[in-house]
Design a protein around this ligand. Structure first.
Ligand code: HEC
Length: 137
């Protein structure tokens, strides 16, 4: 019986087109402002992760994204704005105090929101995590 619930959850996620993995193929739809901003953030995080390995740390300078246009307004659930704000705050904290812990806190925030409303990119986000204790990614 538990499995049924799981499948409903998984299939529910499939209904949101921009949040599924098909995005890695071609991009048939024009990208929303939000999606563009997400990609920019992903690229900056990747850069910073690489830089951290060499013990330098460029600034993230994330901008608020909560009022950008989304592919689908159904993402705009209760808590969205709050999480979006927290992400920017965490990025500011990193910019003033660039530690690995502060970096990973940002990744965890990306994951929280994506777990909640947009699971498609989670795998990609997971790769942004800075490996601690010798795990290999
Ligand atoms: C407050 C919620 C929230 C947070 C925090 C968040 N995202 Fe997103 N993300 C979204 C939503 C909603 C979309 C879908 C946007 C759209 O299609 O309009 C998205 C889309 C994406 C996409 C897919 C973009 C595409 O190609 O269509 C990637 C990749 C992504 N986010 C990475 C990240 C990363 C990395 C972080 C942390 C730095 C992050 N997200 C933080 C809500 C969030």
């Amino acid at each position: 019986m538990k499995n049924n619930v799981l499948w409903i959850l998984i299939c529910g996620a499939c209904l949101i087109p921009s949040c599924t993995k098909q995005k890695t193929e071609n991009f048939p739809n024009p990208m929303s402002e939000m999606a563009i901003s997400m990609r920019t953030m992903t690229e900056k995080m990747q850069e910073v992760k690489t830089a951290l390995k060499n013990e330098s740390a460029p600034k993230l300078n994330f901008l608020s994204f909560s009022s950008l246009k989304m592919t689908d307004d159904s993402f705009d659930k209760p808590g969205f704005t709050q999480m979006a704000k927290q992400l920017v705050q965490l990025s500011e904290k990193f910019d003033s105090e660039p530690t690995i812990q502060n970096y990973n806190d940002i990744v965890y925030m990306c994951q929280s929101c994506h777990n909640y409303l947009c699971p498609g990119p989670l795998e990609r986000i997971k790769k942004l995590e800075y490996p601690i204790n010798g795990s290999s990614n």
